[in-house]
Design a protein around this ligand. Sequence first.
Ligand code: PRP
Ligand code: URA
Length: 207
Amino acid sequence: MKNVHLVDHPLLKHSLTILRDKNTGTEKFRHHAGIVSQIMILEAIKDVPLLEDKIETPVAASDGFYIKESIVFVPVLRAGISMLSPARNFLPWASVGFIGLERDEETAIAREYYRKFPQGLKDKRVLVLDPMLATGGSLVDTIIALEKKGAENICAVCIVAAPEGIELLQKKFPNLHIYLAAVDSFLNEKKYIVPGLGDFGDRFFGT
Ligand code: PRP
Ligand code: URA
């Protein structure tokens, strides 16, 4: 699958299994969602350009490297909030935009209820954070909204995806890079990912 990065790490598999387990309670779910998110974010920023600089260690002169690119995180409310804190632990200077989308329980079509993006998106790398990629509707809406605000360098960082969602994103945005921990089997009649992990937002927030 072009531009789909399926991340592989033993710790990711371990924590994702705990997220999938229906017996995992809120506290444990939050803990392992943090671990999975950290691994995913690390992978998604693997190719950010570095600026070389000379520094002095307490012992001697040394070459140094700094991340020069401006990064913006855009968590898709609500479930995307779970990935924001891990992301900002790595890149505390990154700015943050928000979009609130909620799927209708009958139609699975997302309704937007909130949007606030930083200025100057054109020159920034935007990481959209949403753990679940099901039909792809929420991410399509998010990316269209970001592109309207001028964003040109966008990638999606998710955790579990259904093939249907990946296909839709690839059709709409052929150059979009998508980072995933797992590609599951299919969507059920309620458009939930199978086997998936249920409703991520509800499990993370203890709703
Ligand atoms: C979930 C999830 C994604 C969306 C994925 O959000 O967090 O945003 O569904 O589904 P899609 O690919 O079919 O659009 P939900 O609408 O349940 O809202 P929540 O985050 O508030 O729980
Ligand atoms: N949103 C979720 O939280 N889980 C799914 O399986 C699909 C959408």
